[in-house]
Design a binder for this molecule. Structure first.
Ligand code: SF4
Ligand code: SF4
Length: 388
């Protein structure tokens, strides 16, 4: 079947954002974080802002790795959800796009889509809401990104770091990613439907959305193509209006409907609006919010080194990161650089001052000395303790 122009437009939008976050992940792994590096993908994920809200209200600060940029994108996602439904999920989210691409591959291989047992599917749909509550409870309580090691999106962005890191810090998140993509070859958007906490949050917001898809029963030929195309299994042909929190505004049902008589129409506040306007409008709202964030100076993705190094306004050695250099650590933690080298048992000849910590082991590969993030953290903690 020929792809409609709107669905081609959607695919372009999805690929654009997938490429964008992939590049962001690569840049962060290659250039490192911090002010001189490239921000982590967490800072461009709207869910990070939801996780940070409690800390932001209580202390005026974001959780580590999250910044104003995430809040700007969350505002864009909320506004677009209210006006055009869960557009973020259907048109922008990189994880949703990856699942759709694997879904297309699965369809090519198996020539059919599979559905879970109706009752099991219904029960599992609640799982994402439960996960949302659990994640927010523990994140708000601890003030840290507790979900990060289990997050398939964070794992995806660490693929360029290599399998050692993936199977270390992100073993569970990477497994969730692989399972979700393989499962999506059989069941459309497996992770979105059952486990995505951001999808759950936007689903709740979508309940007050002014966007609706309405079906005109008098012109419907009950071909059920809309049902077959719907990636989240909504029974479009059996209802007069799509009200489900599961709808991701992909417009697949509207574009596949063969009647050409406006059987399925998109509405904003009960006014019929052409699907292509909805498609453009969603993108304008999301990118427009990011643009306003830039112009107003709220688009901030990178914390200063001092901000990164502190917990509750106190310098914390446990916040030393692999992208920091020994010179930067000496400056931030106010430690004499010679003392730092002495305590680490290395010389400036072996390891120049501007070497990132995660690169030190490469320079020491010919000796039996081991200096990594953990060793530097322990050494700095010991020096600070001795200064008290
Ligand atoms: S109801 Fe239509 S717009 Fe909503 S998810 Fe299903 S196919 Fe997409
Ligand atoms: S695709 Fe259109 S005609 Fe076919 S069942 Fe759905 S709404 Fe009716």
């Amino acid at each position: 079947m020929k792809k409609s122009k709107i669905q081609i437009f959607r695919l372009i939008s999805q690929l654009f954002f997938l490429i964008l976050v992939t590049i962001a992940g690569f840049r962060h792994q290659i250039l490192g974080g911090g002010p001189s590096g490239s921000p982590p993908v967490d800072s461009i994920c709207p869910f990070g802002a939801i996780e940070s809200i409690y800390k932001l209200v209580a202390t005026g600060k974001f959780i580590d790795k999250i910044d104003w940029s995430a809040l700007v994108l969350l505002i864009g996602a909320i506004i677009s959800t209210i006006i055009v439904g869960r557009y973020f999920c259907g048109w922008i989210c990189a994880l949703g796009t990856m699942q759709e691409l694997f879904g297309k591959l699965g369809l090519k291989i198996f020539k059919k889509r599979f559905n879970l047992n109706y009752k099991l599917d219904k029960i599992l749909r609640y799982l994402k809401y439960i996960l949302l509550v659990i994640i927010l409870y523990f994140t708000w309580k601890t003030g840290t990104l507790v979900i990060r090691p289990y997050d398939p999106f964070a794992a995806y962005s660490h693929i360029p770091a290599g399998f050692k890191e993936l199977w270390g810090e992100f073993a569970i998140g990477f497994s969730v990613l692989i399972i979700s993509l393989i499962a999506s070859m059989f069941y459309d958007r497996f992770f979105c439907k059952y486990a995505c906490p951001l999808g759950a949050f936007l689903g709740i917001i979508s309940k007050i959305s002014i966007f609706k898809i309405k079906r005109e029963n008098s012109t419907c030929i009950h071909c059920n193509l809309c049902n077959k195309k719907c990636p989240v299994n909504i029974n479009v042909s059996g209802i007069n209006q799509v009200d489900s929190a599961e709808c991701i505004s992909c417009l697949e049902c509207v574009t596949v409907c063969p009647t050409n008589k406006g059987t399925l129409k998109t509405h904003i506040k009960n006014k019929s609006i052409k699907p292509i306007i909805i498609a453009i409008f969603g993108l304008v709202i999301y990118l427009g919010t990011a643009g306003i964030g830039h112009i107003s100076g709220y688009w901030k993705t990178n914390k200063t080194l001092e901000e990164i190094a502190k917990i509750d306004d106190k310098l914390a050695p446990e916040n030393i990161k692999g992208f920091m250099t020994l010179k930067e650590i000496s400056d931030i933690y106010k430690i004499d650089i010679e003392v730092l080298y002495d305590e680490l048992g290395i010389t400036i000849k072996q390891v120049p001052e501007d070497t990132r910590i995660k690169k030190i082991s490469e320079l020491l590969s010919s000796s039996d000395k081991k200096v990594d993030e953990e060793v530097v953290r322990e050494t700095v903690a010991k020096i600070l303790e001795s200064k008290k």
